[in-house]
Design a protein around this ligand. Structure first.
Ligand code: NDP
Length: 444
């Protein structure tokens, strides 16, 4: 049996109750076949793939906190430290009721290759909790975050593990967690990124994932002689990634006509108004139903359905497995040219396959949304030299990182005979450095 198939069979057997993790490992290992086949003996000898698919460690802990009625609530906290072959563990903290180990292992695994693709020295990790910040008061969120950090602080450090935001963890949550870390340790250290600007955060970090997605998209389109300006774009999500993707796409001359949240979606024929979206989501923390109160031409639909809209470019920016095979069929039938993932693994494996087979350019999340973690690493650099760079300086570095990632994916795909397949390109380009480092550092 081929080495990849052996390892895949073992991952499936050992992690049968973690479908998202199996999905992520299947996608990555399948597309690594060309490079694994070329180095099979060398990799087998050091158990490279077996070690790659097993996290360095998984930490789980109890997170007790008291709600506003004086009742004790208990959530489960996690940190998956997946691989630190090329740098300290780095990856966000997700706070969402669907969080369980399988989701965090999938995200931590993806993070290894994404972080490597940035060309910056950061390893892969992910964490979070099944706590739902939605509907909680500020005081409840603070008590949860303080309790979460009271345990997590033992396992993180500027050269060890540096978590960041993700779904449900924004500036507010990072602030409360950072405050608690400082309170416990008395150390003003760069142990979290996505910090506020007044206490060590980086300019442009808030915008980085969405902006980076568009820099990557624009570069891949350019490589395929397509101009982004004048194109119609569909975005899903209405959170951090979606908002700044919409803003940058609009600045680059495209028209974004949709966005969504977990209850419904909006179609705005005149182009989504980012200021309105920010008011609803960032200021009021309200539902998208409010959008049409500001923009009478817009239409609000209950439930999912963004991908029925005709567009040239699709940017899924909400969550995993939100673009299904039937959606891919709609996009192809409507003449979509490219799908670029702002979220992590938003496209199912069969949908990805369908899109690629039908000539749709496909930019996988680990490349397309790497701008967030890249800018987090720039935040770590600024903290280490106790300096703050200007917005333009960070944005410039972000642009060149994303352009580089696009070229590296393109070249890796070509080198292994899969021209234009950016899934293969991203996985191989991300894997090469990690594999070299793991081999050089011996079996452990
Ligand atoms: P946010 O919490 O800011 O926004 C998430 C958005 O997706 C919200 O609009 C939310 O709707 C919607 N959403 C979340 N879960 C579901 C669901 N199960 N079904 C339908 N809609 C859902 O998160 P981010 O924007 O930060 O993250 C979005 C994606 O991007 C995630 O996959 C994340 O891992 C990935 N990512 C984020 C990075 C970052 O820097 N923030 C970096 C790289 C990747 P509602 O408002 O109703 O909850």
């Amino acid at each position: 049996m081929a080495y990849v198939d052996e390892v895949l069979a073992s991952v499936k057997a050992k992690n049968a109750n973690e479908p998202e993790f199996i999905q992520a490992v299947t996608e990555v290992l399948d597309s690594l076949r060309p490079i694994v086949d070329a180095h099979e003996e060398e990799y087998r000898k050091v158990g490279l793939l077996e070690r790659l698919v097993e996290p360095d460690r998984v930490i789980t802990f109890r997170v007790p906190w008291t709600d506003d009625n004086g009742n004790v609530q208990v959530n489960r906290g996690y940190r998956v430290q997946f691989n630190n072959a090329i740098g300290p563990y780095k990856g966000g903290l997700r706070l969402h009721p669907t969080v369980y180990l399988g989701i965090l292992k999938f995200l931590g695994f993806e993070q290894i290759f994404k972080n490597s693709l940035t060309s910056l020295p950061i390893g892969g990790g992910k964490g979070g909790s099944d706590f739902d910040p939605k509907g909680k008061s500020d005081a409840e969120v603070m008590r949860f975050c303080q309790s979460f950090m009271t345990e997590l602080y033992k396992y993180i450090g500027p050269d060890e593990d540096v978590p960041a935001g993700d779904i449900g963890t924004g500036a507010r949550e990072i602030g409360y967690m950072y405050g608690q870390y400082k309170r416990i340790t008395s150390q003003y250290q760069s142990i979290l990124t996505g910090k506020g600007l007044s206490y060590g955060g980086s300019l442009a970090r808030t915008q980085a994932t969405g902006y980076g997605l568009l820099y990557f998209t624009q570069e891949i389109l350019k490589l395929n002689n397509i101009d982004l300006a004048g194109k119609t774009v569909c975005v899903s999500g209405a959170g951090n990634v979606a908002i700044y993707a919409i803003q940058k796409a609009t600045q680059l001359g495209a028209k974004v006509v949709t966005c969504s949240d977990s209850t419904g979606w909006v179609y705005d024929p005149d182009g989504i108004d980012v200021a309105v979206l920010q008011e609803i989501k960032e200021v009021k923390r309200a539902r998208l139903t409010e959008y049409k109160n500001y923009r009478p031409n817009a239409v609000y639909h209950e439930g999912r359905g963004v991908w029925v809209t005709k567009c040239d470019i699709a940017l899924p920016c909400a969550t995993q497995n939100e673009l299904l095979l039937e959606d891919a069929k709609n996009l192809v039938a409507n003449g979509c040219l490219g799908v670029f993932e702002g979220a992590n693994m938003p496209t199912t494996l069969d949908a990805t396959k369908y899109l690629q087979e039908n000539g749709v350019l496909f930019g996988p999340g680990k490349a397309a949304n790497a701008g967030g973690v890249a800018t987090s690493a720039l935040e770590m650099s600024q903290n280490a030299e106790r300096l703050s760079w200007s917005f333009e300086e960070v944005d410039q570095k972000l642009q060149s990182i994303m352009v580089n990632i696009a070229h590296n994916c393109d070249e890796a795909a070509r080198k292994y005979g899969h021209e234009g397949d950016y899934v293969v390109g991203a996985n191989i380009a991300g894997f090469e450095k990690v594999a070299d480092a793991m081999i050089a550092q011996g079996v452990y």
